[in-house]
Design a protein around this ligand. Structure first.
Ligand SMILES: Cc1cc2nc3c(=O)[nH]c(=O)nc-3n(C[C@H](O)[C@H](O)[C@H](O)COP(=O)(O)OP(=O)(O)OC[C@H]3O[C@@H](n4cnc5c(N)ncnc54)[C@H](O)[C@@H]3O)c2cc1C
Length: 400
């Protein structure tokens, strides 16, 4: 069987579902089809489900980017998707409570939010198929063809004029068309995700930076407001497998921080933290969301960034703009800055002793640098702070 469409979107996460919605909502001239390998819309969830409030990032990021961010939040985040409102960020470094800082964010029901976006897309005319896995894609004539397996063991081909990889990293579209150079292990995080109980305050998100627990990353506790929390550990990929199984880090975190798992299994996923890939598209094939590397390297946030890339692609498909030019102008400056910050911080994220020494040099400096990086600050003062920090870290890691 051969199915035809104008635009085929592979992946129905925040990126793919937002793009499908955007295209049908904004008068795109053509058929839009979205497929996802999951049988149930966006389940199971592998995510901390933390989103910034409308105002949190406004003072820290550039105005153009903020406008797109605000649009994506307003179009997708309905009141009923908010599970809990967070007010504070508690920063724990190497077992020590370092700081409590303002942090207006939401813990959301991400699956419900994605369902809402997909329902909108369907209502406005998109064709959506779940339980459909893209196996490989290729150039065919002046378009593309993808082989798809359905959940019942059948297979069929979809022909499309434009092809979108919204299937996270590494994208089947990227692999099939040889689009990008991909990421090295040092630019990938292996992240775990689970629900747990534990004595933590409802309106405080906890970030734990401890290279003994989460080398090259951090661990988190995001309260859901009902005594349960979304928890997880992000460990850099080039370290995660050294001990045999990255889940060991998760178990260590759970026992050290008095948490009690309430699910049978802990889920795991790869997250790119190396900034945007070297290409965002080729011909009429494009990458959005995790597939293009849109996760903020300093904090692992990827829901809004995925929708931001989808918005920029949607805008260029509807109005005939150039996706690469738009991304380079609106989003890349922030991503480049955050990769730089992450790389500067890497020696500390990898060594408990170096982290300890840095804390002794200046606890306040560390706390405010981490806070500003978490808010993805584009302020010149943050840049200067990181450049000075870089010198200090080099000195410290030389000593450690
Ligand atoms: C443990 C963990 C915690 C996180 N916590 C947060 C957080 O608190 N806040 C935040 O903002 N971000 C967080 N992130 C990041 C965020 O989840 C992602 O960046 C975001 O979901 C990316 O959206 P996406 O649409 O690009 O990809 P995804 O959400 O991964 O969606 C991709 C979709 O593609 C489908 N797919 C994959 N391959 C195929 C195929 N071959 N054929 C068909 N379909 C396919 C998948 O089933 C999936 O539904 C977290 C990530 C992890 C791993």
């Amino acid at each position: 069987m051969v199915v035809k469409t104008d635009v085929l979107i592979i992946g129905g996460g925040p990126a793919g579902s937002y793009l499908a919605r955007y295209l049908v909502r904004n008068g795109f001239n053509g058929d839009v089809m979205l497929i996802d390998k999951k049988s149930v819309i966006y389940a199971p969830i592998i995510c901390g489900e933390l989103l910034p409030s409308e105002d949190l990032l406004k003072p820290w990021i550039n105005r153009d980017l903020y406008e797109v961010l605000l649009t994506t939040i307003r179009e997708t985040l309905r009141r009923e998707f908010i599970v809990n409102e967070i007010r504070w960020l508690r920063l724990v470094i190497n077992d020590r409570d370092i700081a409590k800082m303002p942090f207006r964010t939401y813990v959301i029901d991400k699956a419900a939010m994605i369902r809402g976006i997909i329902e909108d897309a369907i209502n406005w005319g998109a064709r959506v198929r779940f339980g459909a896995t893209a196996i490989r894609c290729a150039v065919k004539g002046d378009g593309y063809e993808c082989l798809v397996h359905d959940r019942y063991g059948g297979e069929y081909v979809i022909n499309a004029k434009a092809l979108i990889g919204a299937d996270a990293y590494p994208s089947i579209v990227d692999i099939s068309l040889g689009m990008t150079r991909g990421f090295g292990a040092e630019d990938l995080i292996i992240a775990t995700s689970a629900r747990a109980r534990g004595k933590y305050v409802d309106d405080e998100a906890v970030i734990v930076m401890d290279p003994g627990v989460a080398p090259g990353g951090f661990a988190w506790i995001f309260p859901r407001g009902d005594g349960t929390h979304n928890i997880g550990v992000g460990v850099r990929n080039n370290i995660a497998w050294r001990g045999g199984n990255p889940l060991n880090y998760h178990m260590l975190f759970v026992s050290k921080y008095g948490l009690e798992g309430i699910q049978k299994s802990v889920l795991m996923k790869t997250l790119p933290v190396g900034g945007l890939l070297n290409r965002y598209g080729i011909g009429n094939a494009y990458l959005i969301g995790d597939a293009v590397g849109s996760v903020i390297p300093t904090n692992g946030a990827g829901i809004n960034p995925a929708m931001i890339t989808a918005h920029l692609l949607g805008e260029s498909l509807v109005h005939g703009g150039n996706y690469s030019v738009l991304i380079d102008r609106v989003f890349k400056p922030l991503m480049d800055r955050m990769v730089m910050f992450r790389r500067i911080g890497d020696p500390l994220l990898m060594s408990r002793d170096a982290m300890e020494l840095a804390l002794r040099v200046s606890r306040g400096y560390m706390a405010s640098s981490i806070y500003e990086a978490t808010l993805s600050s584009m302020r010149i003062s943050t840049l200067i702070k990181f450049l000075i920090g870089n010198l200090l870290i080099r000195l410290i890691s030389g000593l450690a």
